[in-house]
Design a protein around this ligand. Structure first.
Ligand SMILES: Cc1cc2nc3c(=O)[nH]c(=O)nc-3n(C[C@H](O)[C@H](O)[C@H](O)COP(=O)(O)OP(=O)(O)OC[C@H]3O[C@@H](n4cnc5c(N)ncnc54)[C@H](O)[C@@H]3O)c2cc1C
Length: 432
């Protein structure tokens, strides 16, 4: 009987245990996790924070759903890994011996490194406990300051607004999320936030969180300005939870290095999801995605390969469809480049591949809040941004991910052309 141990109760770990049970009916499967709430929707936390979803809707499976899986669940923190002995130490629960191990430990928010960052009231948005903490603090708070960039910072801004707080948003640079959005897109979202009453502070950096009796009472900027607030919310990026792997001597870079089968530098240890930096066999480069669907897929691939099959992860074009500052937004493929001063590492809900912008022509058309930007390569579309009206979201996801040859319409894609109509007509034609 093969002994499989999976660390992490996120979507990667849960996808993996389901697949392992299907592939190996007699295996001993142990799932280890330190989140007291087990498995739930992490993207859903933002919608819980902004009062759209009740907490109970974050839970995806009921107790009954777990029974057929017949797994052993160990709640605790895995603290040490010994690849030679094939053993994993779990806090007080003891030692587990594995034949194959999956590290699906996800990522965690990078914290502020300034005086006062440990005061009560400085918050992040990683998990359900964080979300509950913010909601509880917001009951007694009047103002909040949000620091950071990417999706999470804006979700924190919107969530705190929905909790009834006055919200200040600090941006180090001159616009929001500059390595993914173009200037028009940044301005569109900033405008929406300002309309909702958010005070945007550009070229502003936090220098110190001010406290009284251990609690946040304000924040001081590097320019010496002081803003009173009871909450400082931080979304400056995430770092993979790879401490176990690093201490055990597995190969790591920005994440745990895994090949396209999710195998790490140790043949009996696999890594998948947010924690893994996965090799793309086509480009030979390896990337981190912090996206739900790729995490699930990598968990499934890892499970197959743990049972001795050989399945490879064919990197798909990274897609996120979400609501950002109230605007429905689809991000597909390579859309940006450069650095974002507001993020010190990869942002949650994104992909490192979004910033791998090759030689492209960028065309866009905007009508009110409806905006589309196409990144056009030699023969294919390489990336797209769709904001507002989402009719083009699916066609563009398909055209880009299937690398459809756009030669028949390439000459029509000119500045000022009705891009939306051209894409729709082309897509309808090729679908017959
Ligand atoms: C607020 C928010 C918004 C998001 N928005 C989007 C979005 O719009 N679109 C999108 O695609 N994705 C989004 N994401 C990202 C998405 O949720 C993640 O990519 C996905 O959850 C990654 O799954 P995972 O299983 O790899 O890691 P995780 O979900 O992070 O799970 C890892 C688990 O491992 C546990 N763990 C770690 N180390 C140990 C240890 N040593 N011992 C025991 N247990 C351990 C952790 O407690 C955790 O439960 C969002 C995430 C958040 C938090």
């Amino acid at each position: 009987m093969t002994r499989y141990v999976i660390v992490g109760t996120g979507v990667t770990g849960i996808a993996a245990i389901g697949a392992l049970r299907t592939l190996d009916r007699s295996a001993e499967i142990t799932l280890v996790g330190d989140d007291p709430h087990g498995f739930y929707s992490r993207p859903g936390l933002a919608y819980y924070l902004d009062r759209e979803l009740p907490e109970k809707q974050l839970t995806i499976f009921s107790k009954e759903d777990w029974k057929p899986l017949n797994i052993r669940y160990v709640r605790g923190l895995a603290t040490r890994l010994d690849p030679q002995k094939h053993q994993l130490e779990i806090g007080p629960a003891g030692i587990l011996t594995y034949d194959r191990l999956l590290l699906a430990t996800g990522s965690t928010a990078v914290l502020l490194n300034i005086p006062g960052a440990d005061l009560k009231g400085v918050v992040k948005l990683d998990d359900l406990e964080d979300t509950r903490r913010i909601i509880s603090l917001a009951r007694r708070a009047r103002s909040a300051v949000v620091v950071g960039g990417g999706i999470i910072a804006v979700e924190l801004v919107e969530g705190l607004l929905a909790q009834g707080l006055k919200v200040h948003y600090f941006l180090r640079g001159e616009r929001y999320w500059p390595n993914v959005l173009d200037e028009k897109e940044s301005r569109l979202l900033e405008h929406r936030l300002a309309e909702d009453g958010v005070m945007l502070h550009f070229h502003t950096e936090a220098a110190e969180v001010l406290g009284k009796r251990g609690k946040v009472v304000g924040i001081r900027t590097t320019q010496g300005e002081t803003i009173r607030c009871e909450i400082v919310a931080v979304g400056i990026g995430v770092k993979p939870r790879m401490e176990l792997a690093q201490a055990a001597g597995l190969a790591t870079e920005r994440g745990i290095l895994a090949d396209e089968t999710m195998q790490t530098s140790d043949p009996d240890i696999f890594a998948a999801g947010d924690v893994a930096q996965v090799r793309d066999p086509v480009s030979g480069k390896s990337f981190i995605d912090t996206l739900w669907h790729p995490a699930r897929e990598k968990g499934l691939i890892a499970a197959s390969n743990m049972t001795g099959m050989r399945k490879t992860y064919n990197r798909k074009v990274a897609v996120n469809v979400l609501r950002l500052a109230g605007v429905m937004t689809t991000i597909v493929g390579a859309v940006g480049s450069g650095v974002d001063e507001d993020l010190v590492s990869v942002a949650r809900g994104s992909s490192e591949t979004w910033q791998q912008l090759p030689n492209t022509i960028s065309l866009e058309s905007t009508a009110d809040v409806n905006h589309v930007r196409l990144m056009i390569g030699e023969q294919t579309l390489l990336g797209a941004m769709v904001m507002g009206e989402q009719k083009l979201s699916l066609p563009l996801q398909e055209l880009i991910s299937s690398k459809v040859d756009i030669t028949p319409v390439r000459h029509l894609l000119q500045p000022g052309a009705p891009l939306g109509q051209i894409v729709m007509d082309f897509w309808s034609n090729i679908r017959g």
